[in-house]
Design a protein around this ligand. Structure first.
Ligand code: IPE
Ligand code: IPE
Ligand code: MG
Length: 240
């Protein structure tokens, strides 16, 4: 096990906001898209680190419902880049025992080819159980709630049957547990519409590291900090 990490208190679900690609590139006199490209190594080193720790759910924010506001060139690049990552990496993920899933709105703006590769990745890795690696793509926490409520109403669920548990069943991935730990890189202290409902009691860690510089050691640091925190869930301190 990794030094200073208690193997019995590994967070089950870690959610990541991979932020700072543009600034990373800008500081090097490169294009913003070069920053996204450099984020690939960060992502797959982090996946390896998560596997090493025995984290069983890892969810990463790849494209938000608000990211459509970016220049068309950048949006186009991100669509192609995400497709190419799936094509190039899914066999390796499958070999590592990783199950791939996606959360987000599959609306007309998401290229059909990307959707096709999402479905292929899901299908290829569906029986893996070592870790579930979820990519939040065209994801927004508010959109997820709206979509869940719509689906629940379409099912004819009566108001008196609406509970937190019931609503949860209509989320993009009803099996996904709430994150224990949410990490955001790049020194931005905000949620940016990520997993709004699900992070109600997550421990939040913000780091100055820009996403392309993030490596498994940064994940280990975050897990150490997480293990130093005391989670109360609205209760009171546990007696030793
Ligand atoms: C995160 O990096 C990647 C996406 C949002 C797709 P940014 O592109 O937001 O990088 P900064 O925040 O502008 O540096
Ligand atoms: C959040 O980052 C979305 C992703 C990392 C995919 P943004 O860079 O889009 O968030 P804001 O605009 O700084 O809040
Ligand atoms: Mg950003």
């Amino acid at each position: 096990m990794v030094t200073g990490i208690d193997p019995n208190r590994i967070p089950t679900h870690v959610a990541l906001v991979m932020d700072g690609n543009g600034r990373w590139a800008q500081r090097r006199g490169l294009k913003r898209t070069d920053g996204h490209a450099a984020g690939e190594e960060a992502l797959f080193d982090t996946v390896e680190g998560a596997l090493e720790l025995g984290i069983t759910w890892l969810t990463v924010y790849a494209f938000s419902t608000e990211n459509w506001k970016r220049p068309a060139d950048e949006v186009r690049y991100l669509m192609g880049f995400n497709e190419s990552i799936l094509v190039r990496r899914r066999d390796e993920m499958n070999d590592r025992g990783v199950r791939m899933r996606f959360i987000g709105r599959r609306d007309w703006r998401v290229p059909r080819r990307l959707i096709k590769h999402m479905d292929r990745s899901i299908e290829l890795t569906r029986n893996n159980r070592r870790m579930t690696f979820t990519i939040a793509f065209n994801y927004g926490g508010r959109a997820e709630l709206v979509d869940a409520i719509k689906a629940m109403m379409a099912d004819g669920v009566k108001p008196e049957k609406v509970t937190e548990k019931k609503l949860r069943q209509y989320f993009y991935d009803p099996e996904m547990p709430d994150p224990d730990l949410m990490i955001r890189t790049s020194g931005e202290y905000r949620i940016s519409n990520y997993l709004l409902w699900e992070i109600a009691y997550s421990e939040l860690i913000f780091t100055e590291t820009l996403w392309p510089d993030f490596r498994r050691e940064h994940l280990f640091d975050a897990v150490r900090e997480y293990q130093d925190r005391e989670r109360r869930f609205g209760g009171i301190e546990k007696e030793d």
